[in-house]
Design a protein around this ligand. Structure first.
Ligand code: Q9C
Ligand code: ZN
Length: 343
């Protein structure tokens, strides 16, 4: 299986985030994808390729043009406004209930307008990394549409919490959604997304919620008990044309593989019935028992089984990297999924 990876993705970092009320170093670090790359190579899973360049227009098919343009200039605007602030651009005031949905002129207001939380800071190299991450997704999509049966887009920063016009949850542009739309724009009729990240993929759900040409399925922590809290409940089944094309399978905190596997099988059955041209996996590994910010109990071996179950669908499959913060085990667990898929 070919892996798509770009070193430019390391130019982005979140400096700090809030964990249980304390400011701590961010969990979303460049070392995450570096260790995955190391294990992919050590296990001989296949060639690693740097993606070609792609045009901004493909991102604007699922995000608003204003949002994509803003991401490109946010750091520069921040520096012009706060020349003494050299670490990170961050909002603090967001357009929540009873505020107007209006884009202010001040950079701090704009950051709030385009954010769903405070975990997606912008630093000097963020845009280069964000775009390189999208390019890994789009290069993978091209390979699949040129006949490859499976690819792994080793994207960072992740994407599944980013909606049409909001960053959040370490995500800026939605790599999986951009790839899904690119498949449709290049002749596919139906794309299925299986999101196995521990957190609900609220951004991806939002983008395709009223559409029947993308099926979104997700197994994740009950949002009543963990991030993103305000989306990801089982009664969210889609709206308008999209009614019936959104499947949320929330699980209780502390779920083990014995709880996880039946939910995963439900998602896989739904995907099989949908008969998609392509399967996209939002591959988060934060369901691992030792993940520092998550509360599922999956073990390393379970990821091999996960890969094998996904392969049973027999579909052209693109894996897109999302979360996972137990850095030491991240390489093993990711490679297990891909190896399980190929066995
Ligand atoms: N400070 C992804 O897995 N909440 N994003 C962190 C600890 C945000 C996770 C709580 C979690 C976002 C792609
Ligand atoms: Zn996650």
């Amino acid at each position: 299986m070919i892996t798509l990876y770009s070193e430019q993705q390391a130019l982005h970092c979140n400096i700090q985030e809030v964990l249980s009320g304390e400011l701590v170093p961010s969990f979303e670090v460049a070392g995450r994808t570096e260790i995955v790359l190391k294990h992919i190579m050590a296990r001989g899973l296949g060639p690693v390729i740097k993606p070609d360049h792609f045009m901004i227009e493909s991102a604007a098919r699922v995000h608003t043009r204003e949002y994509v343009d803003f991401l490109q200039v946010a750091w520069q605007q921040w520096q012009e406004t706060f020349p003494e602030s050299t670490t990170q651009a961050m909002p603090y005031c967001l357009p929540v209930r009873r505020f107007r949905s209006i884009c202010p002129d001040h950079i701090e207001g704009k950051l709030g307008y385009y954010s769903s939380d405070l975990t997606a800071a912008i630093v000097e190299g963020s845009w280069q990394a964000i775009w390189a991450s999208v390019e890994c997704a789009l290069a993978g999509q091209q390979l699949i549409q040129n006949g490859e049966r499976s690819v792994f887009s080793l994207c960072r920063p992740p994407g599944h919490h980013a909606s049409q016009d909001q960053m959040g949850g370490y995500c800026y542009l939605n790599n999986a959604a951009i790839a899904a739309q690119a498949y449709l724009d290049n002749g596919c009729q139906r794309v299925a997304i299986l999101d196995v990240d521990y957190h609900h993929g609220n951004g991806t759900q939002s983008i395709f919620y009223d559409r029947a040409d993308v099926l979104f399925t997700s197994v994740h922590a009950d949002p009543s008990w963990d991030y993103p809290y305000f989306l990801g409940y089982s009664e969210e089944t889609g709206e308008g044309d999209g009614k019936g094309f959104n499947l949320n399978l929330p699980l209780a905190l502390n779920s083990h593989w014995s709880d996880y596997e039946p939910a995963l099988q439900k998602a896989l059955d739904k995907i099989a019935a949908y008969q998609p041209d392509i399967l996209l996996i939002s591959l988060g590994l934060d369901s691992y028992e030792e993940d520092p910010i998550s509360f599922f109990k999956l073990k390393s071996d379970n990821y091999t089984t996960m890969g094998r179950l996904i392969a049973e669908l027999g579909l052209p499959t693109q894996f897109i990297f999302e979360g996972g913060y137990a850095v030491d085990a991240l390489g093993t667990n990711t490679a297990n999924v891909l190896e399980g898929f190929q066995q």
